[in-house]
Design a protein around this ligand. Structure first.
Ligand code: ATP
Ligand code: MG
Length: 203
């Protein structure tokens, strides 16, 4: 499951858990992006912070792990590169790429999208506020195996990282939207605090 995870929240975790159960996956690997090309317009938290929050959030689940594949990449992140790397790391493994309804809608704009379907099966999960629909992919999926893209309903959690960042910036709580350890990490690292509101403490 790829994502910016800025920060990781319970919507991501519930989606991953549900897909793991439905497809009987051995492992769900969370892959935080390095420099996300689709978000170049806004300031994204340092990759190391996003990586650590993802580790904290997933640590208690034996089936969840976190990959540094994209965080350690010096160039822009494309899903196709991530999937190639994961194949090299897990030879012979059958890969599934978990993506929310919003991200699935833009899949045709992804780099080398045709190759993506050869590298992994795609699982689109429902997300409140977005329609889960692959009609726009129909032409492109003709001739591909039926399970190239599967759509599943997951428990609806109307949580987004954007909203978590906004809340943190305004001093509103993010408790129970993100795991407890992530609340504490955000506060410890002063993530999402507007620059002028940050203390002048030296470290
Ligand atoms: P942002 O608001 O910054 O875009 P986000 O909440 O969309 O953050 P991402 O890191 O962009 O989080 O998402 C990673 C993946 O998780 C994407 O495929 C996205 O569609 C999916 N996802 C995010 N939130 C949910 C949710 N509440 N339910 C289901 N899927 C989700
Ligand atoms: Mg998003």
């Amino acid at each position: 499951m790829g994502g910016t995870f800025d920060p990781i929240h319970h919507g991501h975790l519930v989606a991953a858990s549900e897909v793991a159960h439905r497809f009987d996956l051995d492992e769900v690997i969370f892959v935080p992006t390095g420099q996300p090309w689709q978000k170049s317009g806004r300031r994204v938290s340092p990759a190391e912070d996003r990586y650590l929050m993802t580790v904290i959030a997933t640590a208690s689940n034996p089936r969840f792990s976190v990959s540094r594949a994209d965080v350690d990449r010096s160039k822009m992140t494309y899903t196709v590169d991530t999937l190639r790397d994961l194949h090299a790391q897990y030879p012979g493994a059958e890969l599934y790429f978990i993506t929310g309804a919003d991200a699935l809608a833009s899949i045709l704009t992804w780099q080398d999208w045709a190759e993506l379907f050869e590298l992994a099966k795609f699982v689109g999960v429902s997300r409140p506020g977005y329609e889960l629909n692959i009609d726009h992919l129909a032409d492109h999926l003709r001739g591909m195996p039926d399970d190239a893209v599967t759509m599943i309903e997951v428990p609806a959690l109307a949580i987004s990282s954007s909203e978590c960042r906004r809340r943190a910036a305004e001093g509103r709580p993010v408790w129970y939207l993100v795991p407890d350890g992530v609340v504490q990490y955000i506060s410890k690292r002063h993530l999402y605090v507007p620059a002028q509101a940050e203390g002048n403490g030296s470290v």
